[in-house]
Write a protein that binds this ligand. Sequence first.
Ligand code: CA
Length: 399
Amino acid sequence: MGWVPTAHAAGNQDGAKTKADKDAARAEWHQGGVAYNLGHYDEAAKHYEAAYTLVQDPAFLFNIAQSYRKGGKLDQSLDRYRAFLRTTSADASNRDTAEKFVEEINRTLEEERETASVVPPKAAPDKESPPPGPAETPASPASPGPAPQPPHGCEANQVPIPRGTFWMGAPDLDMAEPLHQVTLSPYCIDKTEVTVAAFRTCVQDGGCPPAYATDGPSWKKKTKKEIIKPEFCTWGKIGFDQHPMNCVDWNQATTYCAWTGGRLPTEAEWEYAARGTDGRKYPWGNEAPVPMRLNMSGKDDGWERTAPVGSYPKGASPFGALDMAGNVWEWTADGVASYDSKAVTNPQQSRPAGSPRIFRGGGWHNDAPARLRAEYRDWGGPGTRVDFIGFRCAHGVKL
Ligand SMILES: [Ca+2]
């Protein structure tokens, strides 16, 4: 088998644990080892979990992770390896092994997600009647078109976006014209902006560089667009766990998304997730922004600055994504480029490191309706860290 349970895992606990607990944990640990060596990995995981419940020795977390991995339960295994890495000392044995398996499992899960998401949806897009451009009469938000066939493999905090074709852009906004037809492969997108709590998990896991709540070494004014206003950053402040992570630059956002096994959405993916196929201007339809639908400038919506993510279900997009207007602007993967009128499939504007990047959706400081429109484009240097820009991630096919 090649794997030996951590020696005396139950025997080196602090004095607060009763002898009975330690003995019971040792018994569970022993039974776990027996089950493991017989190849009964589910049973082994159960015994090790029971031991860990009795005596919180991080060594058990490693045993649990190994059992889940051998039993093919990769999500649980990953969770336990990460917990082990978070709670053991830097020089603990098995850390290297755990790190190796975290990498390996992440790779496997990503491959599985990719394989799952390239399965064509059963309902093909209706090619006979392509979606109209922005209509003279507002489209009804209550009828966003046929129900999409979701791709497989989206997680609970993501919404599935089906393969589809839409008219991207707006004829009446600078930089958002001309209208052009865009076809996208299926993907998943986070239902809300990435929260402070989620970002913290990445920082604690070592996957993300530390974020800053106040002035830090990289907080320098670079250009007009990169002025830092740390007083309204959400990181490191009590009561902001469910607020969007803001004051993150494009690189930090990119790193976080990669850590989750995803990536930043392209501009086209972002816009499609925000407005669907009927040419609407806002996630909810064509009605001008009102406080019940989003967090915009002012306190009428309940929040003077950032709001907890998902606070405005009445502002949901046709696919169910929330906060795609207001709260914080959101980084996309793309660099800045003018639109062309020809139809494109899975467009992506890759740019060298250091190039400006597009952000979308408007933020808590905006009151001009145009800036809160789903087609509106703005951009800044990738080092821009401001209190009105956050992000969400996409998952699925790689372009
Ligand atoms: Ca507000």
